[in-house]
Design a protein around this ligand. Structure first.
Ligand code: 13P
Ligand code: SF4
Length: 367
């Protein structure tokens, strides 16, 4: 990385460049940075971005990379804000994490605010000895401050690939789990573990006691936050039925953020990495309907040309926030870095970082 006194280049300079120029300039900046930089790419990223990634994967795999690759001073995270925050928490203090577009958020993560979670905890505390009875489990698709809340209250984080192991860990310690912000990942995982329906309640942060009676709260072993992914909630059971009528021998594979009515009709459910691995290792000639983000499915379709890979729905579209990371933003971040300017650095405040790391480390130990 060169050290120069000039100002950072503005993003506007990049928005009129051709795809070829952007590719060549990003690749050149990456070559110039060499071992100084590691580019991480989530499986939902666009092709024009993911082709520059040193490592691609699901949330867990990328978090592990951030924790393990202390040799790279700069991590350019092509994903969404909560993933870059996780990388900042797990990486060393001398590493710098960059998110090429700060507007790349996650609508699910925005469905639980710390004030609402604090209020929920207080409400539960009026009914139960909450610190001994309820263990908070937060999906990594959440702000760092919520991970910190979990760390501080004996809780833990989870991803779509370890939710079951994390919930087993939690129930071995306390009678109840408060699972947030994704109702569906929590419910689908509990369904697979055989938790009876009457033991699960939904906590609506906009209602007193989450919209539950005292009795229901006392009976519950799983308190599910009323939150969801705006992309995965669009898959419907009718999409599965339609596919099965067209391809009776076809296999349906979906992400656990889908509604239980879709998951229960699917053949397989798992994280983005599980979906990719499963379809890749399937025999040629097999037919698949995939219920997750469109960029991933389209890439899988192209890579696995000896199989028929279909998108489960014709109406669901890309994750709009993952889509914010595009070739101009990546090129802008990489060229500035190569010229000595860090743009869009993600820094989790130290007080949040310490407790959030406790919750993430607990998860890493069992993953
Ligand atoms: P994975 O951890 O399965 O990649 O999921 C992340 C995500 O945001 C899914 O919507
Ligand atoms: Fe968030 Fe859903 Fe996008 Fe995943 S697909 S980043 S959960 S909005």
């Amino acid at each position: 990385m060169k050290s120069v006194a000039s100002l950072p280049r503005p993003i506007a300079e990049y928005q009129t460049l051709s795809a070829e120029e952007l590719f060549a300039r990003t690749a050149a900046a990456k070559r110039a940075l060499g071992d100084q930089v590691m580019v991480l790419g989530h499986n939902y990223q666009r092709d024009e971005v993911i082709e520059h990634a040193d490592v691609r994967g699901d949330s867990l795999l990328l978090a592990k990379q951030a924790a393990e690759r202390a040799d790279r001073p700069y991590v350019v995270f092509c994903g969404v804000h909560f993933m870059a925050e996780t990388a900042d928490i797990l990486s060393r203090s001398n590493q710098t994490v960059i998110l090429p577009d700060l507007a790349a958020g996650c609508s699910m993560a925005d469905m639980a605010a710390i004030e609402q979670v604090d209020q929920c905890w207080e409400s539960l505390g009026r009914l139960l000895p909450v610190e001994n009875t309820v263990l908070p489990v937060v999906y990594v698709n959440s702000a760092a401050v919520l991970k910190a809340f979990c760390g501080e209250h004996g809780g833990i984080t989870c991803t779509s690939s370890n939710a079951r192991a994390v919930m087993e860990w939690a129930w071995a310690r306390r009678e109840k789990i408060l699972f947030f912000p994704d109702e569906h990942l929590g419910r689908n995982t509990a369904n697979a573990m055989g938790v009876p329906r009457e033991r699960m309640i939904v906590w609506d942060p906009y209602l007193p006691n989450g919209g539950n009676t005292r009795d229901a709260i006392h009976r519950a072993t799983l308190i599910l936050w009323k939150g969801h992914c705006s992309v995965h909630q669009m898959f419907r059971p009718a999409h599965v039925d339609y596919f099965r009528r067209q391809y009776p021998d076809g296999i349906v594979i979906v992400h656990p953020e889908c509604h239980e009515d879709v998951v229960n009709k699917a053949d397989l459910v798992g994280s983005t990495e599980f979906i990719i691995r499963t379809v890749r290792s399937a025999p040629p000639g097999t037919t698949w309907a995939v219920g997750t983000e469109l960029n991933l499915v389209n890439r899988l379709k192209r890579e696995q040309a000896d199989k028929r890979v279909l998108f489960l729905s014709s109406t669901v579209c890309q994750c709009a926030t993952m889509f914010r990371i595009d070739a101009p933003h990546l090129c802008w971040a990489m060229e500035n870095l190569a010229e000595g300017h860090v743009v869009n650095r993600i820094v989790v405040p130290e007080d949040e970082k310490a407790w959030a790391k406790v919750a993430l480390d607990r998860m890493m130990e069992i993953s």
